[in-house]
Design a protein. Structure first.
Length: 273
């Protein structure tokens, strides 16, 4: 699944290519992804200009006068900029024609989302998909103190708390495993047991891991592509994720893998306690 670094990479790529461009029209080929796509979406978008592109957690937010297009890439989707027209392929669900160029949404598993939020319905931050998301980990509001407060009284494992997105948003499976390794914390540790010092280490590790992943273009494990169709390379640097049975890069102990709520978790039994 595209996680925060991948979505941020896409957002930055789109800003460089489509910001300020007007929408000439749109072609919707699939009426329903994770949720039904508004049938009137092509008419809603036509004539609007892309004024700003933001990211909130794993959501792309394309602000256009009077509203915003909310895009989630699901498990395997991508949103690419096409300078020249290409015939659509299977799983190309939406084309947005710009002046000039096109945006094309590709989503083989159809777990993504494309929704329209009209500003007449209230601030975008209050949209049901965004309102309950936690603090952005790369913004000043996220630190060890906030993480420590968010773990008090929580019996859930720290990795599951990170994935839930209510304390801090966007730390998906790959980056939770890598951040916990950097902080020396076992992913099964009960969140409430973390001291303020360990929360400080973890917050620092989360920021560093996500920043490095963005600089490396994200991670392409199967089919992630950026706004130009390029791959990410952070997976080549992973310390534990996807390395079951291989020696820890720090101490040479074999990396272990287990399932936590149907998600693969990787850790070093010696470096993480």
């Amino acid at each position: 699944m595209p996680e925060l670094p991948e979505v941020e990479v896409v957002a930055r790529g789109l800003r460089a290519r489509v910001l300020g461009r007007s929408v000439r029209g749109a072609q919707l080929r699939t009426p329903s992804l994770r949720w039904p796509v508004p049938p009137a979406l092509p008419a809603l978008l036509a004539g609007r200009r892309i004024d700003r592109i933001d990211r909130r957690g794993k959501y792309l937010l394309l602000h256009m006068g009077g509203g915003a297009l909310i895009v989630h890439l699901g498990m395997s989707g991508n949103l690419r900029y096409l300078e020249h027209w290409e015939p659509p392929q299977r799983h190309d669900h939406l084309d947005i024609e710009l002046a000039p160029g096109w945006l094309r949404l590709h989503d083989p598993r159809r777990f993504g989302a494309v929704l329209w939020h009209d500003t007449a319905h209230g601030p975008l931050r209050e949209h049901p998909l965004l309102a309950r998301l936690g603090v952005e980990p790369l913004e000043p509001g996220f630190d060890g103190a906030l993480l420590h407060r968010g773990t008090r009284g929580r019996r859930v494992a720290i990795k599951q708390l990170l994935l839930a997105g209510q304390v801090v948003v966007g730390v998906g499976n790959i980056y939770a495993s890598e951040s916990l390794f950097r902080a020396g914390i076992r992913p099964t540790t009960r969140a409430a047991r973390l001291s303020r010092e360990r929360c400080e280490r973890l917050a620092t590790a989360i920021r560093a891991t996500l920043s490095e992943a963005i600089a490396r273009g994200g991670s392409t494990l199967r089919d992630f592509a950026d706004a130009d169709g390029g791959s990410g390379y952070f997976q080549l640097d992973c310390a534990v994720y996807g390395r079951q049975g291989q020696p820890c890069r720090r101490c040479a102990t074999p990396v272990r893998m287990a399932q936590q709520q149907q998600r693969a978790t990787y850790w070093c039994p010696r470096c993480q306690t």
